[in-house]
Design a protein around this ligand. Structure first.
Ligand code: DC
Length: 207
């Protein structure tokens, strides 16, 4: 079974994907990490984030085991990843890696922006996770405070709105709900309730 989970930043899709993968004992790929790792490679080499040639080279060199996740997880890396992810050449380079992962025996759970629409249009279950921008921003602020950072809530909200616009407005594989995806709005749901709702969607599609 392939489960495709898409949605904007801080919608809760990553947590849901992890929980569903554990529940069904499937491997999970957080595809945002691929774009984050590509952006980090450019930054570490002192190169600009719109350097297509080196970004493609960095994307080509990625292996699924190489991530030091703590370097990649932060809010600023998400912004950098969004810039790198807007380049069609970078996206093209990462397609095979993601499709190979999805083709594992037994299936997989992948989360991102274009899993249901581009990477795995044949997925058995597609969930499009959303939440109001204010709710997503306050979740991000809480996470940042837990890491000891002192975020400005207004700036975090502005970043999220800008990132939504870039991810949904780019020409190549924009953030979009696949026609056969099921909406899941987590604005008013805690983690447990969101997981139960996602599980109900998967079970309904499976039968
Ligand atoms: O899911 P995330 O916040 O880790 O993703 C970081 C950025 O990477 C996001 O703003 C857009 C990009 N991304 C993408 O374009 N396609 C994906 N499948 C996953 C992430």
């Amino acid at each position: 079974m392939i489960i495709a989970i898409d949605g904007p930043a801080a919608s809760g899709k990553g947590t849901l994907a992890r929980r569903l993968a554990a529940h069904y004992r499937l491997p999970h790929l957080d595809t945002g990490l691929l774009y984050r790792a590509t952006a980090l490679a450019l930054m570490e080499a002192g190169l600009p984030l719109d350097d297509v040639v080196h970004a493609v080279e960095a994307a080509r060199g990625l292996a699924l085991t190489e991530y030091a996740e703590t370097d990649l997880r932060g809010h600023a890396m998400g912004e950098a990843a969004s810039q790198v992810a807007a380049m069609p050449e970078v996206r093209a380079e990462l397609v095979r890696l993601q499709r190979d992962f999805a083709a594992r025996p037994g299936g997989a759970v992948l989360d991102g922006r274009d899993i249901g629409s581009v990477i795995c249009p044949q997925a058995d279950v597609k969930i499009f996770v959303t939440a109001a921008p204010e709710v997503r921003a306050s979740r991000r602020v809480r996470e940042m405070m837990e890491r000891g950072e002192k975020p400005d809530p207004a700036m975090v909200l502005a970043d999220i709105v800008r990132r939504d616009a870039r991810d949904a407005g780019r020409s190549s594989a924009p953030l979009v709900k696949a026609g056969d995806a099921v909406d899941l709005d987590t604005s008013a749901l805690d983690v447990e309730a969101a997981f139960r709702a996602a599980l109900a969607i998967v079970e309904a599609r499976r039968t």
